[in-house]
Design a protein around this ligand. Structure first.
Ligand code: SF4
Ligand code: SF4
Ligand code: SF4
Length: 164
């Protein structure tokens, strides 16, 4: 029997990037997307290929990177196509979970995907609605403890200890 084990996710590609293998074979590492991004969140990553760095800001889904990608490594086939499968999640370093009042992530979410549920005898806790989250990354940098992770679900078949 084999188990499903979560692996470490690589830095995300720009929005509307083609499937990774096709992206790598078509991207010429020209930097045009990096230069075009108005929020400057695109950086040269491993091998000179572009990736998103949410510590620099958020994606507004303007599509300027796609427009400037001549070899179509970034490709939006139709208006309304999802830019990526990225979602935010809140980890154990969250201040509110430790009893410290903090609502910074919710205040910075442009789509209201993070709401705070009042608690009797404790500070309000964040609740992230995954369906509403666009993976824009706006909540990542402002979080004082970097408790937020923005990534695509990554799973691989690895035997777990009990299965070996
Ligand atoms: S969609 Fe716009 S904001 Fe987002 S990475 Fe591309 S250029 Fe930058
Ligand atoms: S514009 Fe396209 S080809 Fe150029 S670095 Fe960006 S993704 Fe690669
Ligand atoms: S990634 Fe964007 S949409 Fe998702 S919770 Fe954070 S700020 Fe909101």
């Amino acid at each position: 029997m084999r188990g499903r084990v979560r692996a470490v996710a690589p830095a995300p590609r720009p929005p509307w990037a083609r499937e990774e293998r096709d992206f790598i074979s078509s991207c010429t590492r020209c930097d045009a997307c990096i230069d075009a991004c108005p929020t400057a969140i695109l950086v040269r990553a491993d091998g000179g290929f572009p990736a998103v760095d949410f510590s620099r800001g958020e994606c507004t889904f303007c599509g300027d990177c796609v427009t400037h990608c001549a070899p179509r490594a970034l490709l939006r086939p139709a208006e309304g196509d999802a830019p990526w499968s990225l979602k935010a999640s809140i980890g154990q370093a969250c201040l509110a979970a430790a009893g410290v009042e903090c609502r910074v992530c919710g205040e910075n979410c442009p789509v209201g995907a993070i709401r705070f549920r009042p608690r009797i005898g404790g500070v309000a806790l964040p609740q992230l609605e995954a369906e509403a989250c666009t993976g824009c990354g706006a909540c990542f940098a402002p979080c004082p403890t970097r408790a937020i992770v923005v990534q695509a679900p990554v799973e691989c078949d690895v035997p777990t200890e009990s299965e070996q």
